[in-house]
Design a binder for this molecule. Sequence first.
Ligand SMILES: Cc1ncc(COP(=O)(O)O)c(C=O)c1O
Length: 433
Amino acid sequence: MAGVKFPVHSQTQASRGTWEFGQFTLPALTRGWVTGQIPQPLRQTMDYQAKIARNIASIPRSGIRDFFELVQGRDDVISLGVGEPDFATPWHIREAAIYSLEKGQTTYTSNLGLLSLRKSIAKYVGGFFDVEYDAASEILVTVGVSEAIDIALRALLNPGDEVIYHEPCYVSYSPSIVMAHAVPVPVVTTKEHGFSLKPEAVAAAITPKTRVIMLNFPTNPTGACAAREDLEGIAKLAIEHDLIVMTDEIYSELRYDDERHLSIAALPGMRERTILLHGFSKAFAMTGFRLGYACAPQPIIEAMMKIHQYAMLCAPIMSQNAAIEALENGTPAMLEMRQSYHQRRDFLVRRLNEIGLECHLPGGAFYVFPDIRSTGLTSKEFAFKLLEQESVACVPGGAFGPSGEGFLRCCYATAFEDIRTATDRIERFVGRL
Ligand SMILES: Cc1ncc(COP(=O)(O)O)c(C=O)c1O
């Protein structure tokens, strides 16, 4: 079928209040609608920026997405970029989703999620984190941890409230706080302290407006884990100042030290003031299933559920059935994937240090965060030139907050041979600088 040119607007231009059109090809099916270069409805002149809510207009697009649009469609690129397992979801988990469809389970579920899944979550969380939750009233199944972060913040915050979180951090934290009409208060963590979060630094950031402390250990993008004494210090502050703690545990299974993972929720006096967020995307390689959950005292879950029921209704039932299988029988496959990540982490950290890009040994997640300041390039310059000259994609550290500048995030959830080739190319690139 012959194609016709269809104009699309560039979001970058749109965000500056003007419109510009690129082109892609659509089948001739649309020809009747497409008249000339620009379809009539898009010709209207309107100040779209004035129509967009101020707090949404104020937040930037994700630096990761912008960067990866450049990589789209290029087969020659080795990507150490997007934080996504290179494994397909283990087969028995996929089968559970298929079986759910086969049985005709294609309906809505309870807003809170299938009770059978919530029971599996309660059992798993009790065993893994050593914190007990009531399946009927203290667990909410969400569309990924992403939704859980959003609705937890919206459930807790009033305009002007402050949220403390550690930076460099996952790209969604600051925008999610702003979308809840609250104020992000980043606490900078440094390479010198292994990107750990010190209670003294948290204490210095607390004001009468502080309502929430957000934690994420192991951390995206640094892989940092929290020491027990630091978590105890932060817990003491939360209790003293009557704060809620949100702990994003999405990487908690992916730890490579031999220590048992400790969540702040398990510390004395913390279960009642903590929202534990977890999901299936990373440890079980289930990013596309879009499934996560929140565990918290009933009144908080009830408030989150109100937003969830109106905005989302429920998480997809096929994903919920697959998640039960992951929790009940997925641990051996998860441990195998973790073993493989462990080997890749060790290799990548060794090679980056050999190349002269100083890199601490992260305790968890699947990211390394080498220091590229010795090259004299900004993180964006480094990442763009590396992509251009050697076809290796990494994320500029500045995408994770200003304190990530001077670093690069490399995700090692990538085939071992690709990591080897990528490091050879990075070596060649750095050698030329
Ligand atoms: C720290 C952190 N939290 C949450 C998410 C989002 O997870 P989900 O796929 O469950 O929405 C990510 C994804 O990269 C992440 O790194």
